[in-house]
Design a protein around this ligand. Structure first.
Ligand SMILES: Cc1cc2nc3c(=O)[nH]c(=O)nc-3n(C[C@H](O)[C@H](O)[C@H](O)COP(=O)(O)OP(=O)(O)OC[C@H]3O[C@@H](n4cnc5c(N)ncnc54)[C@H](O)[C@@H]3O)c2cc1C
Length: 573
């Protein structure tokens, strides 16, 4: 009956319906006939997520121009209706923990919506997990980072296991016997989900377990113990982790206290004989965002673990992993910025208010242009960091030193800008941006996570001080990089001079201030060298010259909004 009355053309039937049988659905259908829907933007999808001048220029500049065709293909895929729908579905249908099977056996598995597996399959086959470590081409790590910058337009949460898989490889290399077995599988481009004997799978995923209840930043307080067995290199773990994301991964790098101190271990979910290792998942976290991804609380009791790196050098070993995941945090923040800017630009192009398109309203142009500057600075820095990582792993000492300091600087600043950026971009859509269907709330909720994990803001800022104190080469590498732009912009020159003066007085209480200045100088130097003059000039005027307010959309009159917007949003979004 309801479906009959919902079709207005069947008048005779409709008139026979009594008032009592009119349903809510009927009312909705009738209401919809009261007006014609206008002034709502068409769907953005399909679009090309790689259509970004800063991205493509950075890709070529950092030595991965050979990957451009693949990147363009992935960009179209990321902006397709299908991929965007996967992103939506994977977050609406959150992973579910299944502790036992129907017969009562402990299984500790996590079930995901099929959309999650589709996203993972694309990411792994496109080389966004461990693949660059098996690729000798210079620029392979840059190509992966650029791939993340476009594929992240589809969904952010699944970037967690792909990032950890990528990052586990250099840490695992500290024990060559383990790397020999597992590296070819961690670098595989085959997505092979399901808990089975790792060495028999076509591809593996890796996670990491550092954080415990009593402390995450200060892992020295870890209480999980590692007891040596009679077999060399084999231990059993007892204890817990408070956060361990992506618990369906095949192997985990885990920190635990061995007789010689905090050490790093490889923990497989399934042992070589096919039995399940003890990895009891107590709960999944109920999180602000990052809903597609599972973050768990596992307990270890008699859990078999293989030592990675020397006993007592757990932090030194796992820091190899953290260096890589920190770069991915910068990349993921830059991706959220670009994605939400594209959404905001599209809306402004198609929505009118007070007699003009939003895109033509002067103040909206200021907001979008300011966001565009921030987005380009984030993307350009991300690719420079990826270039440094790529050259560092190939033995370039100067790039290794730059990577050491600039990754922590970038992680601090770019991720810190993410929440403010996504909030502003969301607001460009007005009330529509506050509604889940727009996707903007999901991006907004994701943004703060990137400045929490892999070293929260203070921890990263203090890590910059630590690097400066312990390794004189890192300050030299940073200033060598900044000097490449010397003389091109007086505001940048002055900022670099201030920075050099400030280094002498570096202290924990001023660490954020110092690192913020470093990040802005680094971003400005890259834009001065590589971006169009309108972009570089507006960035230096505002972020270095003080000609700026406290919110986005406060660029001065001197800013060339037309040039900035035409570059960031060709055709207006
Ligand atoms: C969704 C999600 C997934 C995660 N997944 C994983 C995972 O897979 N594996 C894993 O090991 N961990 C994971 N984590 C944990 C994450 O890495 C930690 O939460 C993070 O490192 C901070 O540690 P903490 O929570 O113990 O906070 P704390 O270390 O207690 O820090 C609290 C605050 O104090 C600040 N602080 C710390 N030390 C200092 C200091 N010396 N001076 C000034 N300020 C300081 C920090 O910056 C922070 O703001 C995840 C977290 C989240 C939210």
């Amino acid at each position: 009956m309801t479906s009959t009355v919902a079709q207005p053309q069947q008048d005779a039937t409709t008139q026979s319906v009594t008032a009592q049988t009119v349903t809510a659905q009927t009312v909705t259908a009738q209401t919809a006939t009261t007006h014609t829907v206008t002034n709502q933007p068409p769907p953005l999808t399909p679009y090309d997520a790689s259509e970004d001048a800063a991205l493509l220029e950075g890709l070529r500049r950092e030595g991965a121009g050979w990957a451009e065709a693949d990147l363009r293909r992935l960009g179209l895929r990321a902006g397709s209706e299908q991929a965007q729908e996967w992103g939506d579905l994977a977050n609406r249908h959150e992973p579910v923990l299944r502790t036992h099977d129907r017969y009562g056996h402990r299984v500790d598995e996590v079930d995901f919506h099929p959309a999650w597996h589709h996203l993972m399959e694309v990411a792994v086959t496109e080389g966004l997990a461990g693949a660059p470590w098996a690729d000798d081409r210079p620029g392979a790590h840059v190509a992966r980072t650029a791939g993340g910058l476009v594929w992240g337009h589809a969904e952010a949460g699944h970037g967690c296991p792909t990032s950890m898989t990528y990052a586990a490889v250099p840490a695992l290399r500290r024990t060559p016997e383990l790397a020999e077995v597992y590296e070819p599988l961690l670098t595989s481009r085959e997505y092979d989900p399901g808990l089975r004997i790792p060495a028999e799978k076509r591809g593996l995923l890796a996670g990491m377990g550092m954080t415990e209840k009593q402390g995450g930043s200060d892992v020295r307080t870890n209480t999980t113990t590692a007891t040596p067995t009679a077999e060399p290199g084999v231990y059993t773990l007892r204890g817990h982790k408070w956060f361990t994301s992506a618990p369906m991964c095949d192997v985990f790098l885990v920190l635990a206290q061995a007789p010689e101190g905090l050490s790093c271990f490889l923990v497989p979910r399934v042992l070589p004989d096919g039995t399940r290792n003890a990895f009891r998942i107590q709960r999944l976290k109920e999180k602000l965002g990052n809903r597609s991804n599972a973050s768990s609380e596992p307990e270890f009791d008699g859990t078999v673990a293989w030592l990675v790196g020397p006993e007592g050098q757990g932090v030194k070993t796992i820091i190899e992993m953290v260096n890589c995941t920190r770069l991915d945090c910068v990349m993921a923040s830059a991706t959220l910025m670009r994605k939400t800017l594209v959404e905001a630009g599209h809306h402004a192009r198609h929505r009118g208010a007070f007699g003009a398109r939003l895109l033509d309203q002067p103040l909206m142009r200021n907001v979008l242009a300011d966001l565009a500057l921030e987005s380009e600075a984030a993307t350009t820095l991300t690719l420079r960091l990826a270039g440094a990582a790529d050259r560092a792993v190939r033995g370039d000492a100067g790039e290794r030193a730059l990577r050491r300091i600039a990754t922590a600087v970038g992680k601090y600043w770019v991720t810190k800008r993410g929440p403010a950026f996504t909030a502003e971009a969301l607001e460009c859509l007005g009330g529509n941006g506050y509604v889940e269907e727009s996707g903007m709330p999901r991006h907004y909720r994701e943004a703060p996570l990137l400045s929490i994990w892999e070293g929260s803001g203070n921890v990263n800022a203090l890590d910059v001080l630590r690097a400066l104190g312990r390794e004189p080469a890192v300050a030299e590498a940073l200033f060598d990089e900044l000097d490449l732009a010397r003389g091109a912009d007086a505001r940048l020159d002055a900022a670099v001079t201030r920075l050099k003066d400030g280094l002498a007085e570096a202290s924990p209480v001023g660490a954020r201030r110092l690192v913020e200045h470093m990040a802005l100088a680094l971003q400005a130097s890259l834009l001065v060298r590589f971006a169009p003059p309108a972009v570089a000039d507006a960035f230096c005027a505002t972020r270095l010259g003080g000609d700026w307010g406290h919110s986005f959309g406060t660029l001065p009159d001197s800013a060339d909004l037309d040039a900035i917007l035409e570059r960031a949003l060709p055709g207006g979004g």
